[in-house]
Every structure is written in structure tokens, then in C-alpha cells.
Design a protein around this ligand. Sequence first.
Ligand code: 13P
Length: 246
Amino acid sequence: MAQKIVVGNWKMNLELNEAKELIQGIKNTQDDVRVIVFPSSVFINAVSEGKNEGVEVGAQNFHTEPKGAFTGELSISQLRSSGATVGLIGHSERRAYFSEGNELLKMKVDTAMANNFDFIFCCGEPLMIREAGKELEFVKMQLEESLLHLTKEQMMGKVIAYEPVWAIGTGVTASFDQAESMHRSIRTWIHERYDAETANNVSILYGGSCNQANANELFSCPNVDGGLIGGASLKADSFCTIIDSY
Ligand code: 13P
């Protein structure tokens, strides 16, 4: 069975005191649900010191090199030494605003694997692609070019987040059918590439205007194993309600 996971991506929001206050209010009341928050990297240390049991802290981004002359960048070992246990790879905002393409994202996947650093691999199509009816081939290509080169052993237990770009921060959520259809397809591709065991062990999260009002319905999709939450993760009560949707 795929692990159920609820993730808060705080993006470039909150100041130190606000981040410290928010993490205190986040409680994981579900034994079988993994809860992870991604603060700004500068606050990872403070947030991991203030977190409650059953909550993990991750890094929104990391560099592929272990150290050296890369001004402004952060390596996995630096992030890990600050308290991060997992990284985000390929968020659509990094793809769109920081020109991160499939080739670089593959390198990040390989860097994470080489450093034994857990990660969540994000994928999702822009509106134009969905309107053209090409969302399945677009997302399949993102996965094939950056992630599906891993071996079966490496792929077991991995986490993929499907975030349709048109649903991020827009208040427009994918419908039950839209989410389930993409998630089912992703699981099928993993099954075809590897096998049923691997496909059933990969967690596929949904992201994009997921909130306390719709989490229950989205999480009831058979192939949705949790959520990657932006705006609604910035308040402890709404994020905890989403966790409790399980
Ligand atoms: P919103 O929940 O604000 O739409 O953001 C989703 C997201 O991008 C999480 O990574």
C-alpha cells in the first residue's frame, strides 16, 4: 500500500516568528499519515527545532553540487544538517520562473539518490496543454525524462505530486474525475515500466487549490494518496483539518 502523505509547501511566505508559530500549531494526529512541511530554507533549522512529533521538515529546493562556489545555493548536506529530511524536485514554480527543465530535474533526482535524500517529484501540465487535450502525454514525458530511469528498487516508496499548473493558487481545483484520471494514468505508467508492486508502493499526491473544504473529496479518489498544499497550509487550523481529512 502507498503511504498516505499530507504536505505543506509554505513557498516564499512567512517571517521567522510566523514560521515558528505556525509549526507549533501543526499536529499529526494520524498514525498512518506522513506529514511534511516545507518552509523557506532559511527557517528549516528553527522549524525543525519547534516541530511536533510526527511532522517532518523539508527543503523547497537544493543544488546538485555538494559544495563550492555556487553563491546563494544550498547543498543537500547543508540542508540535512539544518534539519531537512526531504526535498522538493520540479515544482512548477521552479520550472516556470527558474527555468528548471527535465534534464536538470533528472540530475536533481540523481543527486538526491546519491545522497540518500528523500524527495517529492512534482509534475503537472499548464492550462494550454490541458485545453489541447495533451495533459497525459505531457506529464508522462516529465516523468520519463526525469524520474523513470530509476531502478525498481529505487522507485519503491517514491513520492510523486501531480499539480496541474492551472489549479495552483487559482481556487480552481481539479475535479474528482480529472484528478483520478491523471493519478490512475501515472500509476499505470509505473506499472508498465516496473511492476504492480512498485506501482502500488509509490505515493501520488494531488496539489492545486486543495483546502479544508475539498480535501475530503480529493483524498477519496482511489489513486490519490494525499496532498501537496500551498495556501491552505499557511494556517495551522486549515492544514490540520486537511490532515484530519484522513
Ligand atoms: P495552492 O494550494 O496554493 O494552490 O498551491 C499548491 C502548490 O503549489 C503546492 O506546492
